[in-house]
Write a protein that binds this ligand. Structure first.
Ligand SMILES: NC(=O)c1ccc[n+]([C@@H]2O[C@H](COP(=O)([O-])OP(=O)(O)OC[C@H]3O[C@@H](n4cnc5c(N)ncnc54)[C@H](O)[C@@H]3O)[C@@H](O)[C@H]2O)c1
Length: 449
């Protein structure tokens, strides 16, 4: 979808005018390409308080052919800071000491990844304060990044040091292009289970069967393409009225099409039956189908209210009854839901939509904490997209659209592929330690930040 402003201020006279007027000049973001290096340059690894994970991080980077720097240099493409060992806020200064010079020389689309521990698991109030302080630093640094750079915080539970590979790789790679200012927790994964790396990081879903609802167009179509590119067999679900584009997509990616309205009472069973009979199993479900029926609450009638709640939230609850049953998603599978920053922040004219999307976030956290699903190794996570360039957002009036597009730390809208890559990562077995998380894909939008 064309972003004419970005094109205008990136070339010739437009660039000079934008610079003179101090207008935002969005950078071209580094996005994932199959076969490309994880990082375009070296990564500085530093830390504080003995850096308990630094050795493990260096080993991972070495295994991914990423050069490791120990001193900030002009060519550094990313910084990984191990702050997992901090006991008091005084030690935070070491983060400043290591990061400040590196930020000045970071390459375009640079990456800052800070590793900490959950404040809730701290042994003293000082330690909890220090751990929480990392969030303030990372969210601020994300707002200071230039050239399309991102900064994110990964909280590693004490028992989960061995599980950081997938999350670290995601945040360094181009897959996380539009994810910034986020906090993600990595936990232990299934009791007794082992979280192992895929044989091929370019085929992390090899042998898996995935279902994507609302796949005929927009974000859903891109999710289906990305999961298929990463080697899953994909069932594309959408309403019968979207049958033609749905069939075309299924053909394009070598998957199958299932014409189904997700509000149908037995939709969950029909999805599970189709996946099993056509593909031999079911490992990943992405609840992406969604609609808007915007009006101020004062003018919202019961039909607009029910329709949005039914498609976006109630159908998900109904389908999950079948999909999370023994005959649904296989053990060690993954459920990914699609929320929205409108649900987290609230949005004028969208009380019905925000209710449904906030409900999705609540549902995700509750299912992520379910001992039963944990015991089966099933992860449940959500993405909350911000302004994504789709047919949905192309219909927003120009002025409102421009505001939505620019009011984030990357000064641009995201692409459907950015949401799809994040969902792909949340579907990897290598990411089995991540559950109950709601990850915003919004370029650190100011909305509800
Ligand atoms: N575009 C954005 O900026 C944005 C931002 C935040 C969240 N989202 C969410 O991302 C998801 C995809 O959004 P999009 O922009 O691609 O929307 P879209 O309108 O382009 O596509 C939605 C798809 O869902 C399908 N669908 C709708 N009702 C259905 C039903 N009852 N059963 C089966 N399929 C149904 C539609 O036919 C369509 O193909 C939605 O859940 C949306 O709320 C989008």
């Amino acid at each position: 979808m064309a972003d004419r402003y970005s094109a205008l201020v990136s070339s010739g006279i437009g660039k000079q005018v934008a610079t003179a007027l101090g207008l935002p000049r969005p950078s071209r973001l580094r996005r994932h390409e199959v076969g490309a290096a994880v990082m375009p340059g070296a990564v500085l690894v530093a830390g504080a308080a003995d850096s308990p994970l630094a050795e493990c991080i260096r080993e991972l980077l070495g295994g991914w052919d990423v050069a490791v720097a120990t001193q900030p240099s002009t060519s550094v493409a990313g910084v990984v800071l191990d702050m997992t060992g901090i006991m008091t806020p005084g030690v935070l200064e070491q983060l400043r000491f290591a990061l400040a010079p590196a930020l000045k020389t970071l390459q375009p689309s640079g990456r800052v990844v800070v590793l900490g521990r959950p404040p809730t698991m701290a042994s003293t109030p000082e330690q909890a304060a220090a751990r929480q302080a990392l969030e303030g630093i990372v969210r601020s640094v994300a707002k200071e990044m230039r050239g399309g750079g991102t900064a994110n915080l990964v909280r590693v539970a004490e028992s989960a040091d061995a599980n950081i590979a997938a999350t670290l790789r995601f945040f360094l790679s181009g897959r996380s292009a539009y994810v910034s200012g986020q906090v993600v927790e990595v936990g232990a994964g299934r009791p007794g289970g082992e979280v192992s790396a895929p044989a091929d990081w370019d085929a992390p879903l090899a042998g898996k069967v995935a279902v994507v609802t609302g796949a005929a167009r927009g974000i859903g179509a891109e999710i289906a393409r990305v999961l298929s590119r990463d080697r899953a067999s994909v069932v594309c679900v959408d309403i019968p009225a979207a049958g033609a584009p749905l069939a075309a997509l299924a053909n394009e990616i070598g998957g199958s099409a299932l014409q189904l309205d997700v509000t149908t009472p037995d939709a969950g069973d029909r999805i599970a039956d189709h996946a099993r009979s056509r593909h031999g199993g079911l490992d990943i479900v992405v609840h992406n189908a969604g609609i808007t029926r915007d009006k101020l609450l004062a003018n919202t009638d019961a039909d607009r209210w029910h329709e949005v709640l039914d498609v976006n939230l109630l159908s998900v609850l109904r389908m999950n009854e079948a999909l999370l049953d023994e005959d649904g998603i296989a053990d060690d599978g993954h459920l990914v839901l699609v929320s929205s920053i409108a649900g987290l922040a609230g949005n004028r004219g969208q009380a019905n939509y925000a209710a449904s999307k906030a409900g999705i976030a609540g549902l995700t956290r509750a299912l992520g904490a379910s001992p039963e699903l944990h015991g089966r190794g099933i992860t449940v996570n959500a993405v909350a997209p911000g302004f994504i360039e789709t047919e949905m957002t192309a219909k927003i009036p120009f002025a409102t659209r421009e505001v939505g597009r620019r009011l984030n730390s990357l000064a641009q809208g995201g692409l459907p592929v950015d949401v799809a890559e994040t969902i792909g990562w949340l579907s990897w077995d290598a990411n089995a330690g991540v559950t109950g998380q709601v990850v915003r894909v919004c370029g650190q939008s100011l909305l509800g930040a």
